[in-house]
Design a protein around this ligand. Structure first.
Ligand code: CAA
Length: 290
């Protein structure tokens, strides 16, 4: 029962999608004492996610941030499954699939019949309307945006986004859950790309324009922004880290949702995505990782 808005009432967390966001969310949830069911259609993605979580926990043990027994306990709290019905007992399910609306709506429609009546559905979408995603479910009042940052174990923020119908109990429960997971929340209204990506992704897009127009080289642009504005990564390196396909998808959400030409995707960014140069995950983007 989670209707009281307390995070203590949430004990079993479902995570859909075992990619870099999903495995990070599962990692942090398990480390904060929650039981986790991690699902993905691809069994090989689940095996890879468990290996990544183990490796990232090792890193935290080596740094002294996590004890060996906490590491073992966290891994013991995560179960994996390929079938949606495995999420049937979850108090909250956090959807962390690919940033494409048709994929997310298909997942939500498939999920709903398996859920407990009062289970919360959170989506880790980084740009898509919560209100629109909620409308394909049977419980728009229990649907909310819970946007984690990458790498999830390191980044302190969770952006919380209410859809038009999200009720206060759901909002309170998710705020408290994020706090329990050691995160600080920032509340954003449900407009395209919310706060973080409304500001961040146009910056990356603009860096791609600067490169395309020859304003600077890849290294000059990143050095200028890293040292000139004290960012840990330059915008092109960060684009490769996020995934250039994700950056392009978010620019398109901004362009469609705002109808303003200032959000036009940079043709060079489009070209890279069309070439399959998606950044780190394909070992080629603005940088070469081979
Ligand atoms: N799991 C656990 N710990 C991790 C980790 C992971 N996946 N990745 C890095 N770390 C830890 C390291 O162990 C290290 O810990 P200590 O500080 O205790 O030593 C720390 O993070 C720093 O890591 P590294 O020393 O390996 O490397 P770094 O100093 O170059 O930092 C970085 C790496 C944390 C990724 C840093 O470059 C950074 O903060 N980059 C910017 C990240 C960012 O902006 N993320 C947001 C992207 S936008 C987004 O996510 C929203 C969206 O929708 C697109």
């Amino acid at each position: 029962m989670v209707a009281d808005g307390s995070a203590d009432a949430i004990q079993l967390v479902g995570v859909i999608g075992a990619g870099q966001m999903g495995n990070g969310i599962a990692h942090v949830a398990a480390l904060s004492g929650l039981d986790v069911v991690l699902t993905d259609l691809r069994p090989e993605a689940l095996a890879q996610a468990l290996a990544t979580i183990g490796k990232n926990l090792d890193r935290q043990v080596q740094k002294g941030a996590v004890t060996e027994s906490d590491r073992t306990a966290a891994l013991g709290r995560i179960t994996t499954a390929s079938e949606t019905r495995a999420l049937g007992q979850c108090d909250i399910v956090i959807e962390a699939a690919t940033e494409r609306e048709e994929i997310k709506t298909a997942i939500l429609k498939d999920l709903v019949p398996h859920l407990k009546p009062d289970a919360i559905i959170a989506t880790n979408t980084s740009s898509i309307s919560i209100t629109r995603l909620a409308a394909v479910t049977d419980r728009p009042h229990r649907v909310i945006g819970m946007h984690f940052m990458n790498p999830v174990p390191v980044m302190k923020l969770v952006e919380v986004i209410r859809g038009i119908a999200t009720d206060d109990a759901t909002f309170g429960a998710v705020q408290a859950l994020a706090t329990r997971m050691g995160k600080t929340t920032a509340v954003a209204e449900d407009y395209p790309a919310f706060i973080v990506n409304r500001v961040l992704i146009p910056m990356i897009n603009e860096a791609a324009y600067a490169l395309m127009e020859g304003v600077g080289s890849v290294s000059a642009i990143d050095t200028a922004m890293k040292l000139g504005t004290n960012q840990p990564m330059g915008p092109l390196e960060l684009g490769d880290f996020i995934g250039l396909d994700t950056c392009l998808a978010i620019m398109r959400v901004l362009q469609d949702g705002m109808g303003d030409s200032k959000y036009r995707p940079c043709p060079l960014l489009v070209k890279y995505v069309e070439a399959g140069w998606l950044g780190r995950k394909t070992k080629r983007g603005f940088y070469d990782y081979a």
